[in-house]
Design a protein around this ligand. Sequence first.
Ligand code: ATP
Ligand code: MG
Length: 297
Amino acid sequence: MVAVKLENVCKYFGDFKALDNVSFEIKEGEIIGFLGPNGAGKTTTMRIITCFMEQTSGNVSVYGFNNLTQQDEIKRIIGYLPEQPPLYPELSVEEYLYFVAQVKEVPKEKLKKRVDEVIELVGLSEKRNFLISHLSKGYKQRVGIAQAIIHEPKLLILDEPTIGLDPIQIIEVRELIKSLSTVEKRTIILSTHILQEVNSVCQRAIIINRGKIVNDIPIVFSDKRYYVVKVNRDVEGLSLANVSDLSVSGNFIKFSVESEKDLENVVKNLFDMGVIPIEITPISTEIEKVFVNSVYS
Ligand SMILES: Nc1ncnc2c1ncn2[C@@H]1O[C@H](COP(=O)(O)OP(=O)(O)OP(=O)(O)O)[C@@H](O)[C@H]1O
Ligand SMILES: [Mg+2]
């Protein structure tokens, strides 16, 4: 089943072309990273899919519904976390979620069960009676995600869900997003300019730059880490255990390993050979290379 389909979508703001012939297809159940630098057109695309904005030309459908003529149908099956979630600071977490659930037409008899379920799912149990204005940014973001999933949407659209969070909160929110795709099976599109986010959460990355789709690639889950080791002298005919992608150029050795332990062994082996590592630099993963090549070439 196709969840989202865009065909030759263009969006002008006055004379400015913010989206230029954007086409892609997302299948039900996929987790997509929508990746691009500032101003690339991520939010604009998401607003069009969620019926908050209309395209200038081209076709958009969500689970077969047309975004210009069947907005009510689409809004019912979409959950949206905008860049600035619409929170009511003077309400408690629970009051707010009851309010949103009613607006989104969660049936009366299911209301309490669903609010409880979602509070539990996003990890807000201890904060359910807190005023939203008293929550930290990370918890507010969870409330934002909770409001997006309260009506059990098939498609979840998250615009920069981890922006402004601290490193621990980022990990927690990423885990939460992953669990939303497994515990409550749904199609997820998340926009981000953080490559690592795509690597750790998504199955596929669609890369946009200056309003154009410049790449669309599967993310291969891999724990491989790439390194460049600068050593004290030129080396030739080097062989190292438990490394792949080995290449040597002068006093630089490039390779990948599966674990930190393997890296330690490489360093030991080099010492044993009388080759002294001076500098070890982790290098970019595959997605970083693709991103840099597609956006800055
Ligand atoms: N309502 C608007 N009126 C005029 N220009 C707009 C409007 N909304 C967006 N734009 C322009 O369209 C382009 C794409 O903006 P968009 O917000 O979609 O980018 P983005 O990829 O979400 O960027 P960011 O990472 O900064 O959130 C930008 O140049 C922006 O200035
Ligand atoms: Mg944006």
